[in-house]
Design a protein around this ligand. Structure first.
Ligand SMILES: Cc1ncc(COP(=O)(O)O)c(C=O)c1O
Length: 485
């Protein structure tokens, strides 16, 4: 009797199994989002701890989806740092909210790659549309055109690439910059408080870290506009080619806001490109009273804002606005034969950067804006600012602590004054941070200001309420008390 060998299975998993798993995943997600505080903010996992629990080789045969979800629950969730946790007060806290999660799930199912208008008509047009909604919400002029990248690091890199293209060097695209005796050093300016993504952009673009001129800040960590102007002029006199300035709106350590009007004036007078890094704080521009703190942002050539930081959109989602998107297209547009399409006058998102493929990120942003509405988004941001201001008052009232920077938004920088030397104080603050974070209910982060270790409380999670900020303050005070002896 001859036997026919069994053919390996083909196609996707059976519909009924998928459907069952989806329903279970929906419950897992809803339960998790309802109460992320059921977990420690940061797990006790030691490095390598998760890998030790995983099989060293992949399974030869498919496993039941239920088994995968079991392992997700028992291995992945408890060993994750929970950015969705209301006690997550580190870095720039953010949140994956209900409408954003829906958008993310649906985008995965649709699996659109919006490299060309033709390959993702809805994704492309929704992206243009939703970026325009956000532009209106941030009270930016209509000439700004936005598109979505993964991160602010990439958005800023693209902005600087566009600025470089804009200097009008006809050989830039073909010859590049190396080995050219006709090209002076191209210089970029940013404050001492600018994010490290600007350094990385200069490395990536082949400009080199030495081409980044760090401009001093004032006592409030804002760029000194007069020093900026002087440095640009001195570089020009020395034969360099200054071409871009990066101003920060909401710096990473303190959320300081550079004096945009004065910076923009210095930049315009000298014919440079002004990029504004508003990765975190740009979202708060939807509140008119906060937008007033950012007067001059509208004078920029490019602006980055990350809805995945403070606009309740799951990571990743970074919007880059350009006053003249043609500069970016001039830097990157390149259409090989296999990507040619016939539609005229459409946006092909592949023209706006080096990456070809693009996720449908606009879907989640669209759902977030619709799900909460502009007023709903504003009231949540305002609540965070209020909570931070209240926390700041508690710190100010306790003589064991010192406030280390202004708090224009929802971040408070402070430190414990325990110890007789600056080094001893640094060590005390490091111990305090470790003690607070070890509890598992709260996660704080630290930075260095004027050479000293400083703790940060950053409020930006949609679930964070007064009780979580109070809990943080209790832990901080207890930790400080523990160092008294
Ligand atoms: C001011 C600022 N710019 C840029 C970034 C980089 O953001 P991303 O992780 O989206 O690259 C950060 C990150 O916190 C930031 O604070």
């Amino acid at each position: 009797m001859s036997t026919t060998p069994r053919r390996p299975p083909v196609g996707d998993l059976p519909d009924d199994e998928f459907r069952r798993a989806l329903h279970r995943a929906a419950d897992l997600i809803a339960d998790y989002v309802r109460n992320p505080a059921a977990h420690r903010v940061s797990p006790r996992l030691a490095p390598g701890g998760l890998r030790a629990l995983l099989p060293s080789a992949p399974p030869a045969q498919g496993e039941a989806l239920d088994a995968l979800l079991d392992d997700y629950q028992s291995l992945i969730v408890p060993n994750s740092t929970h950015w969705n946790h209301p006690g997550f007060l580190a870095y720039f806290a953010n949140s994956a909210t209900a409408p954003g999660i829906l958008g993310e799930m649906l985008a995965a199912a649709l699996n659109v790659n919006a490299m060309l208008w033709r390959t993702g008509p809805a994704a492309t047009e929704l992206e243009e549309h939703v970026c325009d909604w956000l532009r209106q919400m941030m009270d930016l002029p209509p000439e700004f055109r936005g598109h979505i990248n993964d991160t602010a690091s990439i958005s800023s890199l693209l902005a600087i690439a566009a600025a470089r293209q804009n200097i009008g060097d006809p050989a830039m695209r073909d010859e590049g910059m190396s080995g050219r005796s006709d090209l002076p050093r191209l210089t970029v300016y940013a404050s001492e408080q600018a994010h490290s993504s600007i350094d990385k952009a200069l490395i990536t673009l082949g400009l080199g870290l030495r081409s980044l001129r760090r401009i001093p800040v004032n006592g409030d960590f804002q760029m000194d506009a007069a020093a900026l102007a002087e440095r640009i002029d001195a570089d020009r006199t020395a034969g360099m080619r200054p071409f871009a300035v990066v101003a920060t709106v909401g710096s990473t350590s303190t959320t300081s806001i550079d004096p945009l009007m004065r910076v923009a004036e210095a930049v315009r007078e000298r014919g440079l490109w002004l990029h504004v890094d508003a990765a975190y704080a740009g979202s708060a521009a939807i509140c008119p009273e906060v937008r007033a703190l950012m007067a001059g942002m509208e004078l920029a050539d490019s602006i980055v804002v990350n809805p995945h930081k403070w606009l309740f959109t799951p990571v990743d989602c970074s919007v880059l606005y350009l006053r003249n998107p043609d500069a970016l297209r001039a830097a990157f547009a390149l259409t090989p034969d296999y990507l040619k399409t016939t539609e005229a006058g459409v946006t092909n998102l592949m023209d706006y950067g080096p990456q070809l493929g693009r996720r449908f990120r606009a879907l989640k942003l669209w759902m977030v804006i619709r799900g909460f509405g502009v007023e709903g988004l504003r009231s949540r941001i305002r609540r965070h600012v209020e909570l931070a201001q209240e926390f700041r008052r508690w710190v100010e009232a306790d003589p064991r602590f010192e406030i280390c920077a202004p708090s224009p938004l929802s971040v408070v920088c402070f430190r414990l004054l325990h110890g007789n030397t600056p080094e001893a104080q640094d060590a005390a603050n490091e111990r305090l941070l470790a003690t607070v974070n070890a509890d598992g209910a709260i996660l704080l982060s630290s930075t260095r200001l004027r050479g000293r270790i400083v703790l940060r409380v950053a409020i930006g999670n949609v679930h964070t309420g007064r009780e979580h900020v109070l809990k943080a303050w209790d832990l901080i005070r207890d930790g400080a008390g523990g160092q008294a002896g």
